[in-house]
Design a binder for this molecule. Structure first.
Ligand code: HEM
Length: 466
């Protein structure tokens, strides 16, 4: 399909200029959209002496993630954060990663995660008990707190939820610091800069708590039905189990990967719903029709197809993992171009998910587009919010179940109106989140008091990153 070429693909920033680092660091969403607009399916990026190929066609993406995953390792930003994640699933490689993936996978099998559905709904209801109609809240903060509590409960069980909360706060600081790509890539983590010293302190704090929890659980020998128990009892084919360091790395990874992504997905969903009242009305009709005010359960999910499509469409427009990066460890021909060992490959869900070749009116929020056999009519990697191939997200079913249950529980009780004069701006750091949160005013769906709420058209939203 691809004509063969011997050269590095054309791209906008060549030679020694190296100034591509500016737009790439400052507004990566716009940077990658610009590459696709100007160069099509393949573009070359040069940053100082590092060369990377940006691919924007589903078949090329599939070729890297599914066709030849062993020719690539994770990209530079994730690798530069290895002192945080250690050798956890997100950052480890090769045979070590494969062994860990096999050990952790059973903890994410359907019957096991099904047991968490009730926890997800209960914690959401507990959050709703603190909400009052007419109040203004930052729904992103609410979702962050909620998904953190859920991951803490499902990872460590309730008796350590207080500790887990502290770990979560520290992890948020780490995410914040790790998101500064320029600093992360240019300054090695062992250089004693103020940011690196803070990172070191946060890691030490997290480790002190995690090792204590691990020791207590080991000593008690009990299976408390949470992920940590699963990890402690998981056995390799030769009967060996994870040591404390491996447990630390996997729990930090699951904690980090497992809460901010889902929280941001929900925040974007509330923001999209508030601007699309016809979608919101259809969602309410489905929820009210099936549930009539009762709490949703796992068994209800197959009977809530529109609710599921709202989440699918939200992840298309605002994929919280907005881009993936790899480094070649072997030579490869990709989309007709030679990829040499050491070169980077980048792909962006943000760009592919908005490509008019695969989606009509791609900028519009239309959950209906997922009805019928639409998925079969688009290429496999035209939609890949959870990545693909062997390194696909291990938590995708967990995340989709959690997001759908939270959406169904909250949307039955409240409408969320956007607060006036509050900009909602995407920030593409390690995940895609709203930079200044999403401020909303709560309207109870039981007792409508519309005079409190501004019309959606009176609210100010800024779509582009500033
Ligand atoms: C909306 C929510 C989520 C999104 C969009 C998301 C997205 C992703 C993506 C794109 C990858 C692949 C990264 C790559 O190939 O470089 C990934 C990997 C991973 N995710 Fe998620 N994720 C979500 C939720 C979760 C949850 C809830 C958990 C755990 C509780 C989780 C745990 C992981 C882990 C451990 C990996 C590494 C898997 C491996 O390489 O073996 N994620 N995620």
């Amino acid at each position: 399909m691809w004509p063969r070429r011997d050269k590095f693909p054309p791209g906008p920033y060549g030679g020694l200029k190296g100034w591509s680092f500016g737009p790439l660091n400052e507004n990566p969403l716009e940077f990658f959209c610009g590459l696709a607009r100007d160069y099509g399916d393949v573009a070359g990026i040069r940053v100082v002496n590092f060369r990377s190929i940006f691919i924007n066609h589903p078949s090329a993406i599939e070729e890297v993630l599914v066709g030849h995953p062993r020719r690539y390792v994770k990209g530079r930003v994730l690798r530069a954060n290895r002192h945080v994640f250690g050798e956890g699933l997100l950052t480890s490689e090769g045979d070590f990663w494969l062994r860990q993936r096999r050990l952790v996978q059973p903890a994410f099998h359907r019957p096991r995660i099904a047991a968490y559905a009730e926890t997800m709904v209960q914690y959401t209801q507990r959050m709703l008990e603190t909400w009052r109609p007419g109040e203004e809240r930052d729904v992103h903060q609410e979702m962050m707190r909620l998904t953190l509590q859920i991951v803490a409960k499902t990872l460590f069980n309730a008796n350590v939820a207080g500790d887990a909360q502290d770990v979560g706060k520290s992890l948020e600081q780490l995410l914040e610091l790790g998101a500064d790509f320029r600093r992360t890539l240019l300054v090695p983590h062992w250089v004693p800069t103020p940011a690196n010293l803070r990172i070191k302190r946060e890691i030490a704090f997290i480790e002190s708590i995690l090792y204590r929890i691990i020791n207590e659980r080991r000593a008690s020998g009990r299976d408390t039905g949470d992920l940590l128990s699963m990890l402690l009892h998981a056995q390799d084919e030769d009967g060996s189990r994870m040591n404390d360091k491996q447990l630390r790395d996997e729990t930090v990874t699951l904690f980090l990967a497992g809460h901010e992504t889902t929280a941001s997905l929900l925040s974007w969903t509330w923001w999209l719903l508030a601007q699309n009242p016809h979608v919101e009305a259809k969602l309410h009709a489905e929820l009210d029709g099936l549930l009539s005010g009762r709490a949703p359960s796992l068994e209800d999910l197959p009977r809530l197809p529109y609710t599921g499509n709202v989440i699918t469409e939200s992840l298309r427009l605002y994929p919280t993992a907005w881009g993936l990066a790899r480094i070649a460890v072997a030579n490869h021909e990709l989309a007709g171009y030679p990829v040499k060992k050491g070169m980077g490959v980048a792909m962006a869900q943000w760009v592919v998910h908005r490509d008019p070749r695969w989606y009509d009116a791609p900028e519009q929020f239309r959950p209906e587009r997922w009805e019928g056999d639409f998925v079969k009519r688009i290429p496999r990697f035209a939609y890949f919010p959870f990545g693909g191939g062997p390194r696909q997200c291990i938590g995708n079913s967990f995340a989709l179940m959690e997001a759908t249950l939270i959406l169904a529980t909250v949307a039955q009780k409240y409408r969320l109106h956007l607060a006036a004069n509050h900009p909602v701006v995407p920030l593409a750091s390690i995940t895609l989140r709203p930079r200044y949160g999403v401020r909303v005013i709560l309207e109870s769906r039981q007792r409508r008091t519309m005079e409190h709420f501004p019309k959606a058209s009176q609210t100010t939203q800024a779509m582009s990153a500033d």
